[in-house]
Design a protein around this ligand. Sequence first.
Ligand SMILES: Cc1cc2nc3c(=O)[nH]c(=O)nc-3n(C[C@H](O)[C@H](O)[C@H](O)COP(=O)(O)OP(=O)(O)OC[C@H]3O[C@@H](n4cnc5c(N)ncnc54)[C@H](O)[C@@H]3O)c2cc1C
Length: 330
Amino acid sequence: MHIAVVGAGIAGLTIARQLQTQGHHVTVYEKSMGVSGRMSTRQTELGGFDHGAQYFTASSPRFKKEVADWKKFGWIVPWNAKLVTLDAGKAKAAGQSGTRYVPVPGMSALGKQLAHGLDVRTEHQVGAIEALGKQWLLSIRASTVPVAATAGPFDAVILAMPADQAEPLLSVLPPLSKQARSASLAPCWTLMLGFQHSLDLPYDGAWVNNSRLGWIARDDIKPQHRAGERWVCHATAAWSVEHLEDDAERVKEKLSKAFHEATGSWIQPIHAVAHRWRYAQADKPLATDFLWDAKKGIGACGDWFSAGLDGAGKVENAFLSAVALARTIG
Ligand SMILES: Cc1cc2nc3c(=O)[nH]c(=O)nc-3n(C[C@H](O)[C@H](O)[C@H](O)COP(=O)(O)OP(=O)(O)OC[C@H]3O[C@@H](n4cnc5c(N)ncnc54)[C@H](O)[C@@H]3O)c2cc1C
């Protein structure tokens, strides 16, 4: 079959690789300039900021196997971070959990590796899916072309993006669109801070209590990441919802203050930028592996499916969902 995959995050790249291995002809469409989606690295002159996913863990045998391969290839390494919980400036060592992994030299590096050998069209935003007999055409906006173009026909289309973005494209198939509507992802305001001098904090990352911030982590301390003290700070989902439409400058000020209060360090950054993730992590996932209408050849996968795990919104969910859908398509 000739299959279009829309979205080049971990789910889209995983299903594209699987389907290609299974003998299908696959084209991936991605609206951004690069691949990796929310596993992203923002490049600055101070170095990269992993401003979306911070790290990932593996709990299922299938994902553990894949992670072992990625580790063997040198694409990812364990991150043995010193993590604490912070409450009103007081640090308490956080309990141990499973191994945390980070791609090197930055979060987006994994997607770049997975994209090798795939036909990925970046800066191609899919605006609609239209029927052509029993096949599908995609209406595409590319930065290089001033008018919407058409791609296809495809025997199947897979949407590998947040539920809220998949839902309008699924309007060609109301039952799937309805299911996508019942899932949702919470937003996350993110602050990236770069410092000229060391803050000398006795930890690499922290869950923050009683604050606008829920999590802060040092990027430069991650293995094989560029030197120069850089912190990524994530606001809580509740604060991000409340301030979703706020001006980025105002958010930057509020979250900078929260960072200084949480760490007790008042050293001023030389770089401060706020970024809004409108869809960060699934808060209302679907208790299934994926969506797929075999007769019509339309499906969806991603981190908004529990995919056999407790909860969702993680790299592992996105991977498992993609693998399960590829296996079903055959
Ligand atoms: C702030 C934050 C912190 C996180 N922390 C962690 C963590 O610590 N651990 C963890 O495991 N996970 C974490 N996650 C979640 C993790 O990043 C996601 O679960 C995973 O990356 C989702 O992958 P995906 O492929 O399903 O979706 P995405 O990565 O969102 O990929 C979807 C892709 O589709 C593209 N796209 C969307 N619409 C269109 C369109 N119409 N046409 C073409 N392309 C389109 C997007 O540009 C994007 O590249 C975090 C996420 C965020 C944002």
